[in-house]
Design a protein around this ligand. Sequence first.
Ligand code: SAH
Length: 287
Amino acid sequence: MSNIENQQNCFNNIRIVLVNTSHPGNIGATARAMKNMGLSHLTLVDPEQFPSPVASGRAVAAVDILERAKVVATLEEAVSDCGLVIGASARVRRIPWPLMSPVETAVKVADESRLNQVALVFGREDSGLTNEELQLCHFHVHIAADENYSSLNLAAAVMVICYEVRMELLRRASLTAPAPVHNDETIVEGVDWDVPKATGQQLENFYTHLEQAMIDLYFHDPENPRLLMMRMRRLFGRIRPDQMEISILRGLLSHVDMLQERAARNISVEQQRQERRAAKKDSDGEI
Ligand code: SAH
């Protein structure tokens, strides 16, 4: 694939997600900013008014983006197939989480959009993103605006981030030199790393499994959860496991489940293995 085609692929793998937007004008202005910067996938989570003539009016020649916009009920749904999710936050350290500048964000997005679906998430005009929504993001990005008034208009914030992403992708497309020589410490996504990151849905399934296993082990008390799951999400969000690694962890948790079952029924490993083999044979036979 040529550099240009490669970058086109990247543009295609990036989506802008607007959460619970109240003013349709901001949705239209976002579509326009996206089209100006070469992005075309817009996902709207529970918008207050959409479709709307106000949105179409503000989009001007970017109505095609509005026409193709996906509308979903929750942020979880919007990012279920994404390997990288970055949430834009007007407030720094609302919850302590890995934080990047727009330029760092652009580099990460350019790296990972070669192989993964990437979501850039923006919050409500009045209250931004909730803590739960911020926890669905691997990273947060903050635009260092003036501290006396650091909250940008929603579409203006989208523009700043999309502009930086575009600059980084164009910079890479114009590089005609062969790929730089890299060592173990400079892993290039999509080149040295060929397993895609776990998607939002795979991570959610993993967290559900992990939480249940911790409850079964009496390690986690759902009556007194404290911040355990938030910390677990932050830990795995920082590690960013790939799909193979998540499947190993799920396998490990399944063995914890098996251990529980053995203890509860007081059976041996061999007995359990035999039962499982027989059950598998039965279910294979059904097909
Ligand atoms: N009053 C809200 C800000 C909402 S602005 C609050 O205090 O959280 C709407 C959205 O635009 C924000 O949720 C965020 O996604 C984006 N945004 C606005 N200003 C930003 C900034 N300085 N850095 C990063 N994102 C910003």
